[in-house]
Structure formats: C-alpha cells, structure tokens
Design a protein around this ligand. Structure first.
Ligand SMILES: [Zn+2]
Length: 203
C-alpha cells in the first residue's frame, strides 16, 4: 500500500483562531478588531511574487516584513509595505495562514461593503496565488471552498453569501481577483455535498 498523506483538517479553533489544515507562518501585521467586531465578510484577493510567477518564498516574506528589496525591481516597490492576509491558497492548494481569524489583518485598505467602510475591521482576507488576468486551479477552488465552509462553521456571522472580491469593495482602486475568478465554480464547490455523475463524493 502506498503511504497516504494525512487528510488536511478543516477545523478552525475558535480560541486560537487557527485553521488546522494550514501551514502557520506568523505575521506581525495585525491588530485587534475595533470594538470586538466579528468576522462578517470574506474578501478574496490574488497575489503573485514577482508578478506572474508562482512558487517561491516571497509571499511569506512579504507578509512577515522580510522581503529583500534588492532581489527584484518589484520587491523594491513593495518591501516597505506592512500588509498581511489571514490565509493564502497556493496553486497546488497548499494553505498558509498568517494571522489568526479573530485578529484584524491588513489586506483591504480603503474599502466599503454594504454601506460600511474599513472592511479590514470586520472581514477575513484570503489570497489566491494568481494574477488578475489568469485562471485559478481546481485545487485552489477545492481548498478555498473547504476553508470557507470551516470558517462559516466557526463564525456564525459569516456565510457563503458574505463573500466579495477585493475589486468589489475597492472599485476603481483594485482589480483582484480578476475576471478569471469563477464565482459559479466556487459556488458549486460550496454547495451541500452530493455525489457526482461517477458516484464519487465531492471532497
Ligand atoms: Zn487585494
């Protein structure tokens, strides 16, 4: 029998704010949600470093303030930023968590949603490794959906309907996750579990 990898555990510990299935990389870029705000919105972003290239340690470095500005002209532009997201979904579906979900990560900037400003205060930011004009992988949709389901179980103030792209909450300023982000495809992965035509259960 081939050795099997342990199945990732899609469980959020409410006390620690951590997702068991994610590799943990602690970012210093977070603070308390004002007034004890709860997560009510999930914001989808995309990122790739350098732009258009996948893999490498650069996103971890950016979110931990350790991006070396001399390594790439684009790194020089962004190395001084103090930014973070709660979660990153890499091209192969690997999950990386930078900030506990009950803390405020610094991902949305100036933004508004349903008449409320400063979306960082009440949102969870999820980055997909990708570009504004590219497509995302099946592994990403699958792991993104599993993460969203786990978040909705942990925080009843969230729901799959409370989801927005960065471009929707910062129109005219941001364009991510771009037209290649297929909301219908995500919705299909988020739908209640069922059986597909081959009789196999969706993960
Ligand atoms: Zn964004």
């Amino acid at each position: 029998m081939p050795a099997q990898r342990p199945k990732p555990r899609f469980h959020v510990n409410r006390a620690s704010g951590l997702l068991a299935a994610a590799r943990q990389v602690a970012s210093p870029n977070h603070d308390a949600r004002p007034g004890g705000a709860r997560p009510e919105l999930i914001v989808i972003h995309c990122i790739s470093l350098p732009p258009g290239e996948f893999g490498g340690p650069w996103i971890d470095r950016l979110f931990t303030n350790r991006l070396e500005p001399t390594l790439h002209p684009y790194f020089e532009e962004i190395a001084a930023l103090r930014v973070s997201a709660h979660l990153l979904v890499r091209r192969d579906g690997e999950l990386v968590q930078y900030v506990p979900f009950h803390r405020r990560a610094w991902h949305a900037g100036e933004s508004h949603w349903r008449g409320r400003e400063r979306c960082n205060d009440f949102s969870i930011g999820i980055e997909l490794e990708g570009t504004d004009d590219g497509a995302y992988t099946t592994a990403q949709y699958r792991r993104l959906a599993a993460s969203i389901r786990a978040l909705c179980r942990a925080y009843p103030t969230l729901s799959p309907a409370r989801l927005a792209g960065h471009s929707e909450i910062a129109p005219g300023r941001k364009t991510d996750p771009g037209p290649g982000f297929d909301r219908a495809r995500l919705a299909a992965w988020l739908a209640p579990r069922d059986y597909n035509s081959r009789g196999k259960r969706h993960a």
